[in-house]
Design a protein around this ligand. Structure first.
Ligand SMILES: Nc1ncnc2c1ncn2[C@@H]1O[C@H](COP(=O)(O)OP(=O)(O)OP(=O)(O)O)[C@@H](O)[C@H]1O
Length: 363
């Protein structure tokens, strides 16, 4: 077992403001847990506190039933993979992997050799064991860092943006390799990234950090379909969800951005609010200037589909719509924008006030 419990963890560096406030989470043994958020939101700080590399200002970190607040990193039974790989340039691949094991002083030569050989086999690097890091590609260097984590035999592995130095294709490949390795070894993996696609594709659970606070913890599907607030809704999805101001007309009928009216599935408890419409829920049709409520600015061709970016008539708001790639829209066309009823509703503080899909069935 290797479950990590965070309870009201706070961090304050020198300034008065807390970088992190009351972070509480339970990271289950054997799960792939992703911490995501924009640059500077405190992801690395949180990971380093779990590792024991920096102290926590307040709160408690527990691994299984042991409070580890004051334990040295080496006594926490975890391993860490950094963005920079942290390899020794003058040591071979084999020696890089063996280094941490030799430093422990409690392992025999043969135990070390068997662990290193096994780890290199796991990450498919047996053939390159005598090379120096400079003789490896970025992906291979990343694999050496992974082999080090595998050889350590720790059940908790912390990774800080491990793929950010790799090109897009290699990132996808390594993503799959890390995922497979995590599953095979049953590791509790805590993985930091700012990349929402990495988070969505790999995580069992995602923690979204913003503004020094946890915004939401949930499965990828929960985070995408039932975002806690406007920030979370906007963070996930490419292109991002469209957010437009709306007012209630009567019952379930609303006016969106003073550009179009629509029927939604629920009553809204406030008169002014916001509607979130994913680009695949936006409908557009050609319209003459009298009928139109938007005009097309640019179109991006993506192969099977196109993304149309249109300027709404009111409030200078741009809306993105996903349309089939054979549709004939072009820049500067005037169009009529509308939406299906599968929308999210946010109050003016950005809190999601959409009723659950289950409730909507009977609403
Ligand atoms: N040693 C330090 N002393 C003072 N402030 C720090 C220190 N380390 C980080 N910070 C500040 O704490 C905040 C969070 O930093 P952190 O590196 O944890 O963010 P991050 O989410 O990992 O960002 P990125 O994605 O850019 O790496 C930032 O405002 C940063 O400037």
């Amino acid at each position: 077992m290797s479950t990590v419990f965070l309870t009201n963890v706070c961090k304050q560096y020198d300034s008065e403001k807390n970088v992190l406030n009351n972070v509480t989470a339970e990271i289950q043994s054997g799960e792939f847990f992703v911490i995501v958020g924009s640059s500077g939101c405190g992801k690395s700080t949180l990971l380093r506190m779990i590792a024991g590399l920096i102290s926590i200002t307040d709160g408690e970190i527990k691994i299984d039933d042991k409070v580890v607040n004051d334990l040295q990193p080496k006594d926490r039974n975890l391993t860490m993979v950094f963005q920079s790989y942290a390899l020794f340039p003058f040591l071979s691949v084999w020696d890089n992997v063996a280094f941490g094991l030799k430093a422990r002083k409690n392992l025999s030569q043969s135990e070390i050799a068997s662990r290193v050989d096994n780890a290199l086999k796991m990450v498919d690097l047996e053939g390159l064991k005598d090379r120096k890091p400079r003789e490896l590609s970025g992906g291979q260097r990343q694999r050496v860092a992974l082999a080090r984590a595998v050889a350590s035999d720790a059940k908790i592995c912390l990774m800080d943006e491990p793929l950010s130095n790799l090109d897009a294709q290699l990132r996808i490949k390594m993503r799959q390799e890390i995922y497979a390795l995590q599953r095979k070894l049953g590791l509790t993996l805590i993985y930091v990234t700012h990349d929402q696609v990495e988070a969505m594709t790999m995580a069992d659970h995602i923690m979204v950090l913003h503004d020094s606070h946890v915004q939401q913890i949930g499965t990828p599907a929960e985070i995408y379909k039932k975002p806690a607030n406007e920030f979370v809704a906007s963070f996930f999805g490419v292109p991002p969800i469209n957010i437009l101001p709306a007012v209630k007309i009567s019952g379930k009928k609303i006016n969106v951005n003073n550009d179009f009216q629509m029927q939604i599935k629920q009553q809204v408890p406030v008169d002014n609010f916001k509607v979130g419409i994913r680009p695949n829920e936006v409908m557009i049709e050609a319209a003459d200037e009298l009928e139109a409520n938007a005009s097309i600015r640019t179109i991006e061709f993506l192969g099977d589909e196109k993304i149309v970016y249109a300027q709404m008539n009111n409030n200078n708001i741009e809306v993105a719509a996903i349309v089939p790639s054979d549709s004939q829209f072009k820049a500067f066309d005037t169009i009529k924008v509308s939406a299906g009823d599968n929308v999210l509703l946010f109050d003016n503080d950005g809190i999601n006030i959409t009723k659950n899909a289950e409730e909507l069935v009977n609403a």
